[in-house]
Design a protein around this ligand. Sequence first.
Ligand code: PLP
Length: 391
Amino acid sequence: MKVNHHMLELENNYLFSEVAKRIRTAQAAHPDRTILKCSIGDVTRPLPSILTDALKNAAEEMHHAETFHGYGAEQGEPFLREAIAGYYTKRGLAIDPEDIFISDGAKSDLGDLCDLFDADNTVLLPNPVYPVYFDTSIMSGRRVKFLNGTKENGFLPMPDENEKADILYLCSPNNPTGAVYSREQLAVWVQYALAQGAVLLFDAAYESYISDPALPHSIYEIEGAERCAIEINSLSKMAGFTGVRCGWTIVPRTLRLDGASLHDMWLRRMSTKYNGTSYIIQKAAAAVFTEEGQSAVHEDIAYYMENARILKSALTKAGIWSTGGENAPYIWFQAPNGMGSWECFDLLLNQYGIAGTPGAGFGTAGEGYLRFSSFGTRETVQAAADILETL
Ligand code: PLP
């Protein structure tokens, strides 16, 4: 018997456990101090009542024989797939509900999509990177190449047409850098994917944070993407569903690679290995896409984006270079005076009681940078900003 030895190649998930450990140590050293956590990747706003009402009503349906639901539709309930298609229609995009698969969130699908591709493929990843893309590529035994984000390219690396790759991951707006690709830049990526015969996995988990009308929310705003791209999205950050769990993935039937329909393969994969998202959760998810639901979730998004503005403006006043925080809930900033990521993390934590996330934990190109998240409470963010401004 042999285990999947590729799993043994994974490094321990050092970043978040190490951040938590150092915060605990700092708290123990100063028990009276409130550590201002600008490091959290989880939302803090409670669900709006339109969503909790939908949850309660759907739970009540389960109590009555006439409205009880057992196993659900394989791809997700039609009412939710239609609501999501309607969300794209408002942006002028015709996405067929048949191409939408409901999931329990983006992370699972980002990992599970690996089942569709041969292990003998080369994966191209941005560096710094959301760790799930890297870890799932390693687990499935694939070669990984990186494209570095830098201050010069605004942490928006572009492909080199002479570089061969088969599976491309893009995240825009980006975690951890908060950088957002323009339409023109995404068009270059789509052309590159088509020329290579590659598949582009587009993670749009933060698209609802875009307010600049010139910036694209979906890869399908780019011509040709329906022939090379899969889009992964989630209600975690759009609607505070990190604990509720629901997302969706679009695999267009026009997407054929290596002579196969990825849509048919994904349907086969999901109907074999996924039980479906709970009916109750799908009812709450559908409420997100109603007019009232959108207005409620956008109030929370506006709250977080005001946090981002406060943090970014404090960094600017302190003379610290940053990107992101304008159409994304993450702010990526350069550690001052040539400090390393962890050195600056320790200084902020131990001297000022502010916790960020060291950029080096997201890849070698993150060294010398840190990430702030705007998902904290206003009190935390304002207190951190007041300190930062005085640096
Ligand atoms: N993609 C990115 C870039 C993320 O930052 C996250 C969560 O932090 C996810 C996907 C996962 O989202 P979900 O909660 O839907 O699994």
